[in-house]
Design a protein around this ligand. Sequence first.
Ligand code: NAD
Ligand code: UD1
Length: 342
Amino acid sequence: MTDSKQILVTGGAGYIGSHTCVALLEVGYQVVIYDNLSNSHEEVIHRIKKITGKNLTFVKGDIRDKDALKECLANYPCDAVIHFAGLKAVGESVEQPLKYFDNNLVGSLRLLEAMQESNIKTIVFSSSATVYGNPVYLPFDEKHPLAPTNPYGQTKLYIEEILKDIFKSASDWQICILRYFNPVGAHESGLIGEDPQGVPNNLMPFIAQVAVGKRDTLNIWGRDYDTIDGTGVRDYIHVTDLAEGHIRALEYLKDSSKLLVANLGTGKGSSVLQVLNAFEQAVKTTIPHAFKNRRPGDVAEAYANTFIANSLLKWKAKKDLNSMCRDHWHWQQKNPNGYNPK
Ligand code: NAD
Ligand code: UD1
């Protein structure tokens, strides 16, 4: 990439957004982060600059505030938007569905209106494999029926539908919907990574907190699934591979109007015990764990068919489970309390 296009990155201070900003800056894009810091820290901005040696613009704002978005786009004209901003805790979305519909759905509507009124028609949207719901068949391809099982997943599905309707109504839009599988790992510098608030729900951050001594034991939810070793299988993907997928999506959209939906995963499933073993190798010690009953709502296996991303985006995940665990551990070790110095 040689032309210096400017990209608005909503939610760019978050876990996936920060890694994508590094990737964008490294290939020569200019970056404007728009984030209300509801689940992130301003320190991230300094770390992104430190890794890349490049400057970027940070605007603190909420995607539900259309006037603030339009002001941001007037001050910092952008060619495209990568839209990460959103709430993502599945359990919380079941307890507080209105909060999720307001933040994710209303926020996305306001963003799309601000884009239209600012004449920006290129967007890459963070969707999730959660839109598929329970597998009818595996691997999940993009034609698999969509049936999310929680309000968080519903917000992703509704936003996907809105984007498809926008494309039908005005086909000069350029839209890429990316359905992520299970992002893990961290930038190899150990300067940025995932910083979950409270008790982590997801497997790898939980293992990392046990390994660093913040929690006593990993509970393994179920050992009686019909899988390789009885534990749940997921498609873990290194967050820097995921970040690279967004660069490819922007390149794919560059030339003409189109709408693409693509899975981003490795296509390979790993069980909880395989992840635990790989993490123990990274830490070079054993990690206490106990087997418990299945977690309600969990499926035995979920992994991606990545043909569309491989063939159309010319993207393929490169990093294996060992490097995911090594980099996740490096980040956790260097930042035992995340971005919070205490
Ligand atoms: P994250 O919470 O680390 O990042 C989201 C960022 O959005 C945060 O910095 C937060 O402050 C910001 N934000 C939230 N609501 C906002 C609002 N109203 N206005 C402005 N900023 C707001 O999450 P992440 O893991 O980086 O996920 C990024 C996106 O990818 C989300 O949309 C998420 O749903 C999606 N996704 C994540 C995963 C995952 O496992 N991490 C999987 C699939 C999809
Ligand atoms: C969860 C979310 C999903 C989201 C995905 C990636 C739910 C129901 N689904 O899915 O919407 O897209 O994260 O962020 O929350 N496990 C343990 N012990 C733990 C934690 C997890 O054994 O402490 C097991 C789980 O049972 C599962 C596997 O590890 O088999 C992965 O779990 P998790 O990281 O939560 O991801 P998903 O279940 O895929």
